[in-house]
Design a protein around this ligand. Structure first.
Ligand code: PSU
Ligand code: MN
Length: 304
């Protein structure tokens, strides 16, 4: 296949240096322009500042690209919701048509694995939607964590999802959910959800050793590392939950479904809560980039 890996990323991988994958749907569909582009570039800086090489992943003109340029990031950020959101099922279509595509967590994991990148940082993952017992809306991100050898560092999941069902699903799929410095699953904008994670780990080294053991045992799939938003940026749970309920009610009213629902809800929540939630969102992504870089450095030191 035609996989374009930037020179910097290629050299880092060849010399066993730490590399962190970054997704692009968060740029096009997760935040408004121009903050999305500014954030994507700051996230890359944060990864570098902690000793790893960033690899932003997308499909550019039909070419799966690992290590996007500033211009490519700018282009995806400007395109916003008009860029194609690429999860597993969309990938061959976007490649065959020669389109630009922003990769989701699942899409980014697929390309990161092909490039040989083990660690990936993002904001929030997709999961089991509220009401999934009727709609069967379960993000392909969860299946990908079962089968693809990439570990995702996130701030938990937003309560646009059913967090209990998301945890049950991951357990069924054999995906370990680790709380970084916490026993509780973080809920993206807030540090707590009242739901227990599988394991608590307190250092990047502890996480790297678990990842090393998984690879060493030949166990397929990734782990999910959940990193609570820093206290000073966390939001008031009732404010954010009200915004989420309102956004979900509007999506139901408008009959929004399938791949459009997550971007619709993210956009609505941002509009309802204003700059507040955007700032929290930016800070938690930076926080995850930092932890992912630290884990990647530890992993490269133990030869994983
Ligand atoms: N949740 C967020 N921010 C995001 C996403 C989800 O809090 O940016 C994006 C990610 O790219 C994720 C995708 O992989 O949405 C999930 O979409 P779906 O539910 O359609 O699988
Ligand atoms: Mn879905």
């Amino acid at each position: 296949m035609n996989l374009k890996i930037s020179n910097e990323v290629k050299q880092a991988l060849e010399s066993g240096k730490a590399v962190v994958a970054l997704e692009s749907t968060i740029i096009s569909h997760g935040m408004p322009y121009p903050q999305n582009v500014e954030t994507a570039l700051r996230v890359e800086q944060e990864v570098r500042a902690h000793g790893a090489v960033p690899a932003t992943i997308a499909i550019i003109g039909g070419v799966p690209t690992v290590g996007c340029s500033k211009e490519e990031i700018e282009c995806l950020g400007k395109a916003g919701l008009t860029a194609t959101k690429v999860s597993r099922r969309d990938m061959p279509i976007v490649v065959a048509k020669g389109l630009n595509g922003a990769t989701t967590v699942a899409g980014t994991m697929i390309l990161a694995e092909k490039a040989g990148i083990k660690i990936f940082a993002t904001g929030g993952i997709g999961g089991v939607h509220r009401g999934a017992e009727k709609t069967m809306d379960i993000s392909a991100d969860l299946e990908e964590l079962q089968t693809t050898d990439v570990t995702v560092v996130c701030a938990g999941a937003k309560s646009i999802l059913d967090l209990n069902l998301t945890m049950e699903y991951l357990e069924t799929k054999g995906v370990a959910v680790i709380g970084y410095g916490t026993d509780e699953l973080p809920a993206f904008f807030t540090r707590k959800s009242g739901i227990k994670v599988g394991y608590r780990m307190d250092t990047p080294n502890e996480i790297a050793r678990a990842l090393y053991a998984k690879t060493d045992m030949g166990l397929k799939g990734g782990m999910l590392i959940t990193n609570p938003i820093p206290e000073e940026y966390s939001m008031d749970a009732s404010v954010i939950n009200q915004a989420i309920d309102k956004a979900i009610a509007e999506a139901e009213e408008k009959g929004i479904k399938g791949k459009d629902i997550t971007p619709f809800l993210l956009d609505k929540i941002q509009k309802i809560t204003g700059g507040n939630s955007l700032n929290s969102n930016i800070e938690l992504v930076l926080n995850n980039a930092r932890l992912a870089a630290q884990i990647a450095v530890e992993l490269s030191q133990i030869g994983g």
